[in-house]
Write a protein that binds this ligand. Structure first.
Ligand code: FES
Length: 276
């Protein structure tokens, strides 16, 4: 019986320049050391190579395979499974508009269409200045703040055509943009490095966490017996208790109006239980 190796073929990818390779290797070893089984480090390593080039290149796939003792086919299978890994060049800011059912009817479809016109790009395309890649995305599990827009994985709740347009204009102009929860936005590459497991070096970034809003926590509070069932009302609506101060909304690009642009009879926005 002949000794035949049935390993998967390796992609013919160029290596990184020596300086880049040395730096990434040091980072990769730090990540791999966190796991009892090295192959468990594949997801953060894919973020790491994405932080270098803005997407997962064949060189990045080869690097991950070599560092983890995997085939490039195995790495590619994982990299192409998750939408968080980009397979082509993308902009500094990945702007995803939720067009799943609830967000769509609450204004997501209108926002996506308006941004396509405003930016002159289609789904998955990048503006000529390399700043914005626009895409429609599926439900972000933030339906209570529909319609939501996500930029480099950070939430912008209760968006409208106007607020979303202003936000992409500010991003292209280099102005600071703060999501509804979390620290001010950084670039896609910087975000990828954080997701690879390296600390956000910006002062105050870690403390700027934010938390779930009242509507998201209603079920938890009911389960803990802390709140009686009640109708959920928006602090922007006329029904909101007058002696209750509406919660501050930390996003720099919160929608300024009282209701969703697409459905003025059903207010969207940060919510609280009636009678709180
Ligand atoms: S439908 Fe948009 S977050 Fe769920």
């Amino acid at each position: 019986m002949t000794d035949v190796q049935l390993g998967m073929p390796q992609l013919p990818a160029p290596d990184y320049p020596a300086e880049v390779r040395a730096r990434l290797e040091a980072d990769a070893r730090e990540v791999i050391a966190r796991y009892p089984d090295s192959r468990s480090a594949l997801l953060p390593l894919l973020h790491l190579v994405q932080s270098e080039e803005g997407h997962v290149t064949r060189t990045g796939v080869r690097f991950c395979a070599e560092m983890l003792g995997l085939t490039t086919a195995e790495v590619t299978a994982v990299a192409t499974f998750y939408t968080m890994y980009r397979r082509g060049p993308s902009g500094d800011y990945q702007v995803g508009v939720c067009t799943n059912t609830l967000c769509a009817v609450m204004g997501g479809d209108a926002i996506f269409e308006a941004l396509q016109r405003h930016l002159g790009v289609g789904n998955g395309e990048t503006t000529e200045d390399g700043k914005i890649t626009l895409e429609h995305i599926e439900c972000n599990a933030a339906c209570d703040y529909a319609p939501v827009v996500m930029v480099n994985w950070e939430f912008f709740d209760n968006q409208t055509v106007d607020s979303a347009t202003r936000m992409v204009d500010d991003l292209r102009a280099g102005r600071t943009v703060e999501p509804t929860r979390g620290a001010p936005l950084c670039t896609f590459k910087e975000t990828a490095r954080i997701l690879a497991g390296f600390p956000d070096p910006r002062p105050g970034a870690v403390e700027a966490g934010g938390s779930a809003g009242p509507a998201s926590l209603v079920g938890l509070r009911l389960a803990k017996g802390e709140a009686a069932p009640g109708r959920v009302v928006s602090p922007r609506s006329a029904d909101y208790p007058s002696d209750e101060e509406a919660p501050a909304h930390p996003s720099s690009h919160d929608a300024p109006q009282r209701t969703s642009a697409s459905d003025p009879h059903h207010p969207s926005g940060p919510v609280a239980e009636e009678g709180e």
